[in-house]
Design a protein around this ligand. Structure first.
Ligand code: ZN
Length: 309
């Protein structure tokens, strides 16, 4: 995989363009993160891929609730063609917001939402358990929630809604965050009446494809459903699937072909150099000019064949 990791082109799964020379830096100067065409980040690009995989179960979608809509995700959610697409936020700005409201007190009936998308919102809310209970309340029995939060595996949630701004920046990474989640995030979900499943670029696409697409392989998305009395599933390494093995095999083959291409180009350069040497020699030695021309023509034909291969 090392050669493909260094491959200069990038593919964006949101705007479907191939970027010639790497992505732009993301928030905080994170290198190679933001698509220069659509500005999407790693998490948006994985979100698009995740929706594609979930599409069969999102067919004939009734109500879609998008909490804190973003310009990167709203259009791809609209592509799911839900009968109602409700974009909710606390305040309106230049984004498209349909309903003003709080996630801790949703202006929606219970069991009325078929897909709920809530990315990077819960870490802003002082009473996050109230928000989680609202998610469980409004989701329909077959409804799905897609959640993402800043999360460090193997730690406990670090939180303090009273912390001053400088401290929030230092501890939680942003002035308006009140916590940084650890493993007990999942306990909070379960206690709030949600069953959860984890999915990551690595579990869905495999490590090789995640690397090639410049996603964060272990950045988790939690798929939640309303359910009482469930437990937190054990944390295990993602098992390879038929899809991840297929994608890895495909990338392995691409790496091999790229290696062959590099080798062929090297051969063409060597042939061109020897051709130049022969030409210079022929110019210096008038007597053998004709025979050298014949040799040169043969070499040129071989170089052309190699280039075509
Ligand atoms: Zn893009």
């Amino acid at each position: 995989m090392t050669e493909l990791v260094d491959y200069p082109r990038r593919y964006c799964s949101i705007c479907h363009h191939v970027v010639r020379r790497g992505f732009l830096p993301g928030p905080g100067g994170r290198p190679d993160a933001s698509c220069p065409r659509c500005r999407s980040l790693e998490r948006h690009r994985f979100f698009a891929l995740l929706l594609s995989v979930l599409e069969p179960v999102l067919d004939d979608l009734g109500t879609l609730l998008e909490v804190a809509p973003s310009p990167e995700t709203s259009p791809i959610l609209a592509d799911l063609a839900p009968r109602r697409h409700v974009r909710l936020d606390l305040g309106a700005d230049n984004r498209l917001v349909d309903v003003l409201g709080s996630l801790t007190d949703l202006p929606l009936e219970e069991s009325s939402v078929d897909l709920l998308v809530c990315y990077h919102v819960l870490e802003h809310i002082p009473d996050d358990r109230a928000a989680m209970r609202e998610i469980a309340r409004v989701l329909s029995p077959s409804g799905l929630g897609l959640l993402q939060v800043p999360y460090r595996a193997g730690t406990l949630t670090d939180e303090d809604p009273e912390a001053p701004v400088e401290e929030r920046l230092r501890r939680f990474g942003q002035a308006d965050h009140v916590r940084y989640y650890g493993d007990d995030f999942e306990d909070r979900l379960v206690e709030s009446g949600l069953a959860l499943q984890r999915v990551s670029p690595r579990s869905m696409l495999g490590a090789d494809m995640s690397t090639w697409l410049h996603l964060n392989p272990d950045e988790l998305v939690w798929i939640v459903r309303p359910a009482d009395g469930t437990t937190v599933p054990p944390r295990t390494e993602p098992e390879p699937t038929s899809l991840t093995l297929t994608l890895s095999a495909m990338l392995g083959e691409m790496t091999r072909l790229r290696g062959e291409l590099v080798e062929k180009r090297r051969e063409v350069r060597a042939l061109t150099r020897s051709m130049d040497r022969l030409r210079a020699e022929a110019d210096r030695t008038p007597g053998i000019k004709e025979s050298t021309r014949a040799v040169l023509a043969a070499v040129r034909r071989r170089a052309a064949r190699t280039r075509r291969a």
